[in-house]
Design a protein around this ligand. Structure first.
Ligand SMILES: [Zn+2]
Length: 529
């Protein structure tokens, strides 16, 4: 059955070989033309007034599958691509009709949750792709584009409308917006260049892959009736999918000459922003956006661009209605973006000096060198919180330091708060001053008392305090002699007496210390007779 459908519906056969033999490349063949919608599955969007459709969109299953699979690959940001096909008129009323033949994913885009940029490489790739198709005899125009609004409603933002201008050369340009998270989609068409930016419309599904309907977008309803397959036969092949007229050789190729390279590059597509401004919490989200912009690029230029964006969107906020989106979701996505998806930077910081010793109340200015950031500004912090640090990096040690400890001084980049560098301050207690004596000098002699008999010896020690020089001069007042602190009693003691040993400071001779020695007389019995 599939084979039959494929055979009979020749619009979207499998792509031909990329490089067919030269002999097979003939003159350009006219686009195969859809002349009837009979047997196509017809869908309309929720809330759509189908009668107001200004024209019809025909979307083959193969292109649908390409779009859905492409946009489902990464739902964390916007992705997009191009729609190739042709414009025609169908039916007795010659209704304007856009027939999409192929969806071409843009391989090189810069996307965030809120914007999408088609790069030069993408446009070049598209040029090459259409050139290849042309060589194969398939002359297709760029009838429009598609892109994702992950978890956002289906509409065209002002930024999307800017991108749409790329396709202004088309009489009936088309834009497809898909929410790959909630499985919704919708086409937007323009009459006289004006899009119904908040009124998505349905389409006709051209069964080029299977006879059963393939479309799964939840916001679309399949129309039963004369134009759809017979009611009650869902899942069965259409009774009469006789819809396609083979190529008309040399026939009507109304748009074949209208294949122009689109050289304009359309830089920015911002999807979410419009929504943000149509919802509450404008100020908060504006802050968030500008934050985000700063983090993303960190340049004044981009900042200005984002501010302009925000202003434009503020103005347009009043125009936007009928949009339902979940603010919480959007915030969550911003936070997600600010978190794990944050764009890495190459910012590096070094702090000098890396290590210093400070005593109480001493100060030192630290310097942070920031490389790779738009701003050289840093924030200074200290751990533990001993001492103080100023915004200019000047650290001051606490007024008193009881024991030695280390304080970490940290400089954090303002442009990229994930980057920082540290230095270490060693806090030292105040050193004991070794200045000239201002305090009283004193000399102490130990022991301070001794008892000796004749010929006895006693060594005394002098301790000098309050003077830098410990030297003393020993002397004796009374009998006996002293030499370097060693006192010698006289060889004979006839009567008990007390002598004084004296140590006088060499530095300050007015200061001395003393000890006493009691001399006991030699017993008479031992006195030589
Ligand atoms: Zn968008």
């Amino acid at each position: 059955m599939h084979e039959e459908a494929r055979t009979r519906i020749k619009i979207m056969t499998e792509p031909e070989p990329a490089s067919p033999p030269v002999s097979q490349v003939g003159p350009a063949v006219a686009p195969r033309k859809v002349e009837s919608l009979e047997g196509f599955w017809s869908y309309y969007c929720d809330g759509e007034d189908e009668k107001k459709r200004s024209y019809i969109v025909v979307f083959p299953q193969s292109a649908y599958r390409t779009v859905v699979e492409h946009l489902a690959e990464d739902k964390t940001r916007e992705h997009g691509g191009f729609l190739l096909g042709y414009e025609t008129h169908i039916g007795p009323g010659q209704t304007p009709t856009i027939v999409i033949e192929e969806a071409v994913p843009a391989k090189f885009t810069n996307g965030t949750p809120v914007r999408l940029t088609f790069t030069t490489d993408t446009w070049r790739g598209l040029d090459e792709h259409t050139d290849r198709l042309r060589e194969q005899g398939r002359i297709l125009q760029r009838v429009g584009w598609y892109h994702s609004h992950p978890n956002i409603s289906i509409f065209l933002s002002h930024w999307d409308l800017d991108v749409c201008k790329t396709f202004d050369q088309r009489e009936y340009p088309v834009a497809l917006v898909v929410d790959p998270v909630n499985h919704r989609g919708g086409f937007f068409v323009a009459t006289k260049k004006v899009y119904q930016a908040h009124s998505p419309q349905g389409f006709y599904e051209l069964p080029d892959l299977q006879v059963d309907p393939m479309m799964t977008w939840r916001n679309m309803t399949r129309q039963e009736g004369p134009q759809g397959p017979p009611t009650g036969q869902e899942g069965k092949p259409p009774v009469k999918p006789d819809v396609v007229v083979p190529t008309e050789p040399g026939g009507n190729t109304p748009l074949a000459t209208d294949v122009r390279p689109v050289s304009q590059r359309f830089p920015i597509i911002i999807a979410v922003l419009t929504l943000l401004f149509s919802l509450g919490g404008l100020g908060v989200l504006y802050e968030k956006q500008t934050d985000l912009a700063a983090q993303l690029k960190g340049t004044q230029q981009d900042m200005a661009s984002w501010k302009t964006t925000a202003q434009l969107l503020s103005k347009s906020a009043g125009e936007i209605d009928g949009i339902s989106a979940n603010v919480t979701d959007l915030r969550a996505r911003f936070e997600q973006f600010n978190g794990p998806h944050k764009k890495p930077t190459n910012v590096s910081i070094s702090v000098t000096p890396s290590r210093v010793d400070l005593q109480p109340s001493e100060t030192r200015v630290f310097h942070a060198k920031v490389v790779g950031a738009s701003s050289s500004e840093v924030q200074w912090t200290i751990t533990p919180n001993h001492g103080t640090i100023k915004r200019n990096g000047e650290y001051k040690a606490p007024g008193s330091i009881s024991t030695e400890e280390e304080v970490t001084v940290k400089a954090t980049s303002v442009a990229d708060p994930s980057k920082s560098s540290t230095a270490v301050v060693r806090l030292k207690p105040q050193a004991r001053k070794v200045s000239e004596p201002k305090t009283e000098v004193s000399v102490r002699v130990t022991p301070d008392h001794a008892t000796l008999a004749a010929g006895g010896k006693q060594t005394f020690t002098a301790t000098v305090t309050g003077a830098s020089e410990p030297g003393v001069t020993w002397s004796v007042e009374g009998d006996g002699t002293i030499q370097g602190g060693e006192y010698s009693a006289p060889p004979a003691v006839t009567e008990a007496k007390t002598v004084k040993v004296k140590a006088t400071s060499e530095k300050d001779p007015t200061k001395y210390g003393t000890a006493t020695v009691d001399l006991n007389p030699t017993p008479s019995a031992t006195v030589p007779n």
